[in-house]
Ligand binder design. Structure first.
Ligand code: UTP
Length: 287
């Protein structure tokens, strides 16, 4: 079945980036001149996604406005002859079909995804966490969709990490290796305190089969009072239908100050117009 819908959970508090996230969602913070959310939406569209479901919280207005038409701005840009900017702004509002669902209480990522159940119904769907931004030749979601078409089960994105960083991620336990990058998974542990079951961490891109929705709905809050996606994935993995794919690309954790800084520098280094400026700035830097 074709993957047409993508859920974007964007209702978190973003406490690691306060005060920037006090009045706007962290997904509206910018990398150079584009909000994180737009990079993630473009990745979804380039991967063939047709409908986007934002699970939002109290700061949803900025997101809605970003993907809406701004008549006044369009008029000013058009009348002042800035046609390229005008076209760019128009393109954002016409990008994709968007649905907004409100997560009334911030009960965790698992709960946020379950809020989309009436829209997802019985289709497999994508989940994108827009604070994970990934530089890659082929969009990571397209890489996952290709694997989903092979295995016909849930596929989650994986990245190798050092042991000392394992406590910050969900870490998977591998049942078997199907090829260079594809694994069948038997279990996963959220932020392990002791020895992690592997060096493969779960990153914010998923293809989920709809059987995860009733599992999510039955879960009770776990550690930190949140309903964890990892707990539902564990139940499906034990039933034998969850795969992991070590994607090709460089991932940045833009929900964190250092990750956001690293991403900004890397995106500038990858941009023909900005690269000479970056070199000059770094050349002059006194640290
Ligand atoms: P995080 O674990 O990064 O939490 O959520 P957070 O609140 O966004 O950020 P910090 O840790 O306080 O800085 C992972 C993803 O799940 C979403 C977030 O918006 C983010 O995309 N989320 C989390 C929800 O949509 N609802 C929730 O109740 C919790």
């Amino acid at each position: 079945m074709k993957i047409k819908k993508a859920v974007f959970p964007v209702a978190g508090y973003g406490t690691r980036l306060l005060p920037a996230t006090k009045a706007i969602p962290k997904e509206m913070l910018t990398l150079i001149d584009k909000p994180l959310i737009q990079y993630a939406v473009e990745e979804a569209i380039d991967s063939g996604i047709e409908q986007i479901i934002f699970i939002t919280g109290r700061t949803k207005k900025a997101l809605e406005d970003h993907f809406d038409i701004n008549f006044e701005l369009n008029k000013i840009l058009w009348e002042s002859g800035r046609t390229k900017l005008y076209e760019d702004m128009k393109r954002i509002s016409e990008m994709v079909d968007v649905i907004y669902v409100r997560q009334k209480e911030q009960l965790g990522l698992g709960h946020a995804i379950a809020c989309a159940k009436d829209i997802i119904r019985d289709e497999p769907f994508a989940v994108i966490l827009p604070d994970d931004i990934i530089l890659s030749k082929e969009p990571v979601m397209a890489q996952l969709i290709r694997q989903y078409e092979r295995v016909n089960g849930s596929v989650i994105s994986l990245m190798p990490i050092e042991d000392y960083a394992a406590h910050k991620y969900g870490i998977v336990e591998v049942d078997s290796r199907l090829d260079d990058r594809l694994y069948k998974l038997s279990n996963m542990v959220e932020k392990p305190k002791d020895t992690p079951p592997s060096n493969l961490a779960i990153i914010g891109r998923y293809i989920l089969t709809p059987d995860i929705l009733p599992v999510l709905e039955e879960l009770r809050p776990a550690r930190g009072g949140e309903i964890q996606l990892t707990d539902a994935l564990r139940a499906l993995a034990k039933a034998g239908s969850v795969y992991g794919y070590e994607f090709e690309g460089q991932r940045f954790d833009c929900g964190d100050r250092v990750g956001l800084l690293e991403a900004t520098i890397n995106f500038a280094a990858n941009n023909d117009e900005l690269r000479p400026h970056l070199k000059e700035i770094i050349g002059k830097l006194q640290v």
